[in-house]
Design a binder for this molecule. Structure first.
Ligand SMILES: O=C(O)[C@@H](CO)OP(=O)(O)O
Length: 199
């Protein structure tokens, strides 16, 4: 009974650099989605879920067009959110990051991530499962399976249509098999990381 979870950040959104909260995939985002679909085409997925935001839905639509046996369900637990606010032990350098968020947004994000962790990481099974979601949600899942401090989702980043794989084998804790693998993406399709380390 080994459970393998494939975590994919959606493709690039049109006008992403303008900070628009939801939107369609850019032409580059569509190419990224095709590349991740090709990369995962041999995996016998038993289940798939995605964020209901348009950039994630469109990524999944490209994937299901190319992978006819794949069926994905939307889940509001996978919407983009802020997993925590300022927490104990967080390096001071991150303090100002939270200035533009309200307490309500922070509380809602924390509650959502608690429920998402229980829903998607809290059970065992012999399965290959796909999740298409957002940068912070994947960072939170990676932090969770590594049992790292709460603030540690900060600084864990995934590129658009980068591939992260976590796995739980019977009687063992989760393993991080692959993080933000971009080998299926030519250099011009590597977008969405905060630093210039994409080449
Ligand atoms: O805005 C961002 O940087 C991230 C946060 O999760 O969202 P998305 O993956 O939707 O681009």
């Amino acid at each position: 009974m080994t459970r393998t979870l494939y975590l994919v950040r959606h493709g690039e959104q049109v006008d992403a650099e303008h900070g628009i909260p939801d939107g369609s995939l850019s032409p580059r985002g569509e190419r990224q989605a095709k590349a991740i679909a090709e990369r995962l085409s041999g995996i016998p997925f038993n289940a798939a879920w995605h964020s209901p935001l348009r950039r994630a839905e469109e990524t999944v639509r490209v994937m299901t067009d190319m992978m006819p046996s794949l069926e994905s369900q939307p889940s509001s637990l996978l919407l983009d959110c802020l997993p925590t606010g300022r927490v104990d032990g967080m390096p001071e350098v991150y303090n100002s990051y939270f200035d533009s968020y309200t307490e309500d947004e922070i509380d809602a994000g924390r509650a959502q991530m608690e429920d998402a962790t229980a829903e998607f990481l809290g059970h065992q099974g012999d399965q290959h499962e796909l999740i298409v979601t957002h940068n912070f949600v994947i960072a939170w899942f990676v932090r969770e399976v590594m049992d790292a401090p709460e603030w540690r989702w900060l600084g864990i980043n995934q590129a658009n249509c980068g591939l992260t794989i976590i796995q739980q084998r019977p009687g063992r804790p989760w393993s991080l098999l692959v993080h933000n693998d971009l080998s299926h993406l030519p250099v011009e399709l590597r977008t969405g990381l905060p630093e210039a380390i994409l080449g």
